[in-house]
Design a protein around this ligand. Structure first.
Ligand SMILES: C[S@@+](CC[C@H](N)C(=O)[O-])C[C@H]1O[C@@H](n2cnc3c(N)ncnc32)[C@H](O)[C@@H]1O
Length: 183
């Protein structure tokens, strides 16, 4: 439940889903705060999994905006297709983010990315920066990979506007961070 909106998700039993029961709502709120006003915008949702952020982002962009979600796991894309059913302003692409971005020349006003622990890496950061989004919202489970990718983004004129950390893996040294970078 996010404000007055409820989003329902179906995810394969062994597919990726955030572990902490509060994580889906907490991270979605942080991402929506991070993207700011995206009414009418084109938003990329990279490493979109089963579409946790895709449907809330589709609601945020409204009737005039679009969301391009990219995910490498075929089954997660199938789940996302079901979860985003009826949202005609969502386009779901299956494939490695680096490959899909290399083949898709479309622009982006805002980019959300939630890569695995290794982070996005230089090729994806460069493809993101080439689109010159006004904001990049980076969800990270490994602070070291995040720091590396933030430094790559800095080479393209992006600076950290905010950085929040969430204790979504209690009693461990792990944390989840949401960084907002602006140009
Ligand atoms: C941390 S999960 C985030 C998923 C989703 N945003 C969520 O919070 O539920 C990372 C996702 O990236 C996908 N992935 C990993 N490497 C990828 C790549 N090179 N290209 C596309 N997707 C990838 C995984 O299958 C996984 O669904």
């Amino acid at each position: 439940m996010l404000g007055d909106r409820e989003h329902t998700y179906r995810v394969a039993a062994d597919g990726f889903w955030q572990v902490h029961r509060e994580a889906p709502a907490t991270l979605t709120r942080a991402v929506l705060d991070g993207v700011g006003d995206v009414d009418g915008a084109r938003v990329l949702d990279l490493y979109s999994g089963a579409g946790l952020f895709t449907s809330p982002l589709a609601a945020a962009v409204g009737d005039d905006g679009t969301v391009l979600a990219v995910e490498g796991d075929e089954r997660a894309v199938r789940d996302a297709r079901r979860n985003a059913h009826g949202l005609d302003r969502v386009e779901l692409r299956h494939g490695p983010v680096e490959q899909v971005l290399a083949q898709d020349g479309s622009g982006a006003d805002v980019v959300v990315l939630d890569p695995p622990r290794v982070g996005a890496g230089r090729a994806v950061v460069e493809a993101v920066a080439a689109r010159q989004p006004s904001r990049v919202v980076y969800v990270a489970c490994d602070p070291a990979a995040l720091a590396r990718d933030v430094s790559y983004l800095a080479e393209h004129g992006y600076g950290l506007a905010s950085l929040r950390a969430f204790d979504l893996f209690p009693m461990t040294h792990h944390l989840e961070a949401v960084a907002v970078l602006t140009r």
